[in-house]
Design a protein around this ligand. Structure first.
Ligand SMILES: Cc1cc2nc3c(=O)[nH]c(=O)nc-3n(C[C@H](O)[C@H](O)[C@H](O)COP(=O)(O)OP(=O)(O)OC[C@H]3O[C@@H](n4cnc5c(N)ncnc54)[C@H](O)[C@@H]3O)c2cc1C
Ligand code: SF4
Length: 316
């Protein structure tokens, strides 16, 4: 690991200012992804800004009847919050489907959203990777691609976004709140937060330099049956091959997002009108533009079957 300096920020705007002024600086939250990347020298920050003391660790009701989740709320605390379990069950279920209890105790709301891809070539510094080193090429295209994207990919990167919590936040229409170095704040609709790779796969999301996440907000509860179904190679402690986050209403309508299939949580709102007709009708639209590899083509029927199981479970 390369040497680095360390400070504890006193407020969000000053943390954002440090990031803007010092390109070699990074925020550290739970550290469960960043420190792994630093040990492999994939990330080599010269300075770490620790944000644990700046009051971003609360879950509060919003004036609109939703919830505001501070960026530093741990995954364990969020998944066990009574309001989340009662009104946003898909979120609690997605969180406990991820990582291990020990990791969830350290992992934070913002850090979880910002975790990097698990593409094996991203972690292998001997291999070309446009996400790790822009312009170096993509070893996964034509390489081992079983876990990688089937939709939304580009000729520069076919990585998937690996997290579980974000798939639930996408289906819940969350917003990401941020602050910039000049103190200004913005609220980003969740569907716009993560990016497709395009010709800049090194950028996972739309955060600007010097912009930090302060909170994630949830709208008023919408009721319905909340389900998160994660299909993976092992029963626990593995990233999703395919996952489905769904909120299904008693009349069969609802909202659905898929994980493990794209560079971002994948939701096609227009396809949701077909939910009462069943999984095949929905996934035909969701994956209409899919460009799978020979190794990961299986993810499309797997996603259809995972959604069919979710619809069955919602019917009771
Ligand atoms: C063995 C293992 C298994 C795992 N399995 C799963 C799994 O199945 N599902 C899953 O979803 N996840 C899984 N994870 C990933 C884990 O959930 C993430 O590592 C964790 O959520 C990251 O949160 P953190 O607070 O530790 O982030 P950190 O490592 O502290 O930060 C991650 C990134 O976010 C940035 N950052 C953090 N907070 C802010 C902020 N407020 N504003 C701006 N930037 C910020 C940091 O600079 C860094 O770039 C696994 C991890 C491990 C090690
Ligand atoms: S798929 Fe993306 S992350 Fe993986 S090697 Fe190619 S450029 Fe890198």
């Amino acid at each position: 690991m390369k040497p680095f300096s360390y400070e504890r920020a006193t407020d969000a705007a000053s943390a954002a200012r440090t990031l803007a002024e010092r390109p070699e600086a990074r925020i550290i939250a739970g550290g469960t992804n960043l420190l792994d990347l630093m040990k492999l020298e994939i990330e080599t920050p010269g300075h770490l800004v620790d944000i644990q003391d700046i009051g971003l660790d609360r879950i509060e009701p919003t004036d609109e009847g939703g919830l505001r989740i501070g960026a530093l709320v741990s995954n364990t605390e969020l998944a066990s919050d009574d309001r989340v379990r009662r009104d946003y069950g898909v979120l609690a279920r997605a969180i406990v489907a991820g990582a291990s209890g020990q990791l969830r105790n350290k992992a934070t709301t913002a850090g979880n959203l910002l975790q990097r891809t698990r593409c094996p070539y991203f972690y292998d510094t001997n291999m070309p990777c446009n996400k790790r080193r822009p312009g170096s090429g993509c070893a996964a295209i034509g390489g081992y691609s079983r876990q990688l994207a089937v939709v939304g990919s580009s000729e520069h990167c076919i990585a998937t976004y690996p997290g579980d919590m974000a798939i639930a936040l996408r289906v819940l229409d969350a917003q990401v709140e941020t602050v910039r170095a000049d103190g200004s704040a913005r609220s980003i609709p969740f569907g716009d937060f993560h990016r497709l790779p395009g010709d800049e796969p090194q950028r996972d999301n739309v955060l600007e330099r010097g912009e930090i996440i302060t909170a994630v907000t949830l709208p008023r509860p919408v009721g319905g049956t909340h389900i998160y179904h994660k299909v993976r190679d092992r029963a626990s402690y593995a990233f999703a091959l395919v996952s489905v986050a769904a909120v299904i209403q008693p009349d069969g309508t609802g909202a659905v997002a898929f994980g493990g299939v794209a560079h971002k949580p994948w939701r096609v709102e227009a396809a949701e009108a077909a939910l009462p007709q069943g999984a095949r009708a929905v996934t035909a639209q969701v994956f209409a533009d899919a460009r799978p590899t020979d190794e990961n083509r299986f993810k499309i029927p797997l996603a259809e079957r995972a959604l069919a199981a979710v619809i069955d479970q919602a019917r009771g």
